[in-house]
Design a binder for this molecule. Structure first.
Ligand SMILES: C=C1C[C@]23C[C@@]1(O)CC[C@H]2[C@@]12CC[C@H](O)[C@@](C)(C(=O)O1)[C@H]2[C@@H]3C(=O)O
Ligand SMILES: O=C(O)CCC(=O)C(=O)O
Ligand SMILES: [Fe+2]
Length: 385
């Protein structure tokens, strides 16, 4: 099937940013200082989204996503594994979103990871800027994306850092906090190191289920991601006095492979299914899992990387923890032979995650068409070299 037929582009999504598009003056003048902006009745126009992309005026209807109990699978019961993988397979063909419970991640670790976000995001802007994300880089502190984009800015702050499963990187997160923020952040570093280790383990379990559900060798994807260079992102959405004009995170598909998200009790995550925005209700015991573009390519288009966004509200700050599983940088992303045949020809070119990541950071603002735009770009580059 051609990619064009598979991806139905809703009329509201338009990708204006192909390259860095604004002037030096604009970059200097706009600062997203949450402590000030959350009280503003008139929000800066860069945060006002076009009418066709604004959040719905009524509350979005809830999307019923399957709640997958991983308890039996994680303790080695084969019946439970089959049941879980079949539910996962159905959800991934439809929209790529599902919830997992009894996932084996300690409740107190999750609540610490949620609580410790405040210690960072409640700091004065100038202190958070010690971790400032640099142009072209995917990690660091970003207060909205004022340094990168000039319109349709998200109403959020993020802190992103790298995780690596390699043995010699077991302190990568801890060291990041110590080196960018100073010795008083060692405690935070420890919590997020532990949290990422848990996410790494959980994501490999989910990869096993995905392998089973796709009918490839059970360990195939688990082994593929055993060595990974992933990204952890803390999303902090301050309240906004005009929540109907803006978005916390604009509509996009994650370019990464698998996202494991923990949202707090406020709510705000929405998924675009059957032509409408549907909300995913918060559940503190569950992780929201979704397929990203890179896994859609690995599954030869069988599993969907689905459009989603986050809305904000005028009362409470909202927090989410997102672990983005990504392949080791130089590993070739190519779907296994079992998923390719006469009826299902290979749809995507081979690529590496480092090229795809660079594409999203330097040439294209991630939206719902990122994978398609990237595939075309890779094919054009290959044909001219
Ligand atoms: C690889 C990535 C690019 C992205 C952050 C992420 O880790 C996964 C989501 C991507 C996205 C999509 C919406 C916005 O365009 C964006 C700025 C965001 O907030 O999440 C991008 C991120 C990015 O380009 O840094
Ligand atoms: O905060 C959320 O619920 C969604 C965040 C998200 O989609 C992302 O960080 O890619
Ligand atoms: Fe996302």
């Amino acid at each position: 099937m051609a990619i064009d037929c598979m991806i139905k582009t809703p009329s509201f999504v338009s990708n204006s940013l192909k390259e860095e598009e604004h002037t030096e003056d604009q970059r200097k003048s706009l600062v997203f200082d949450a402590s000030v902006l959350q009280h503003e009745a008139n929000i800066p126009q860069q945060f006002i989204w076009p009418d066709h992309e604004k959040p719905n005026s009524q509350k979005s209807k809830e999307l019923e996503v399957p709640l997958i109990d991983l308890g039996g699978f994680l303790s080695g019961h084969s019946c439970s594994a089959e049941e879980a993988s079949s539910l996962v397979g159905k959800a991934c063909q439809k929209h790529g979103f599902f919830l997992v419970v009894n996932h084996g991640v300690d409740e107190s670790l999750i609540s610490d990871a949620q609580r410790y976000m405040d210690l960072f995001f409640e700091l004065p802007l100038s202190e958070k800027q010690r971790a400032q994300r640099k142009a072209g880089e995917s990690c660091g502190y970003a207060s909205s994306f004022t340094g990168r984009f000039s319109s349709k800015l998200p109403w959020k702050e993020t802190l992103s850092f790298r995780f690596s499963s390699e043995e010699n990187s077991s302190d990568i997160v801890k060291d990041y906090f110590k080196n960018t923020m100073g010795p008083e952040f060692v405690r935070l570093g420890k919590v997020y190191q532990e949290y990422c280790n848990a996410m790494n383990k959980l994501s490999l379990g989910i990869m096993e289920l995905l392998g089973m559900s796709l009918g490839v060798e059970r360990a195939h994807f688990k082994e593929f991601f055993e060595e990974n260079n992933s990204i952890m992102r803390l999303n902090y959405y301050p309240p906004c006095r005009k929540p109907d004009l803006t978005l916390g995170t604009g509509p996009h598909c994650d370019p990464t492979s698998l996202t494991i998200l923990h949202q707090d009790n406020v709510g705000g995550l929405e998924v675009f299914v059957d032509n409408e925005w549907r909300s995913i209700a918060p559940n503190s015991r569950a992780f929201v899992v979704n397929i990203g573009d890179t896994f859609m390519a690995l599954s030869n288009g069988r599993y969907k990387s689905c459009l989603h966004r986050a809305v904000v509200n005028n009362k409470t700050p909202r927090k989410s923890l997102a672990f983005f599983l990504c392949p080791k940088k130089d590993k070739v992303v190519r779907s296994p032979e079992e998923l390719v045949d006469e009826n299902n020809p290979r749809i995507y070119p081979d690529f590496t995650w480092s090229t795809f990541l660079e594409f999203t950071q330097k040439h294209y603002r991630a939206d719902m068409n990122t994978l398609q735009a990237f595939s075309t770009w890779v094919q054009q580059k290959t044909s001219t070299t």
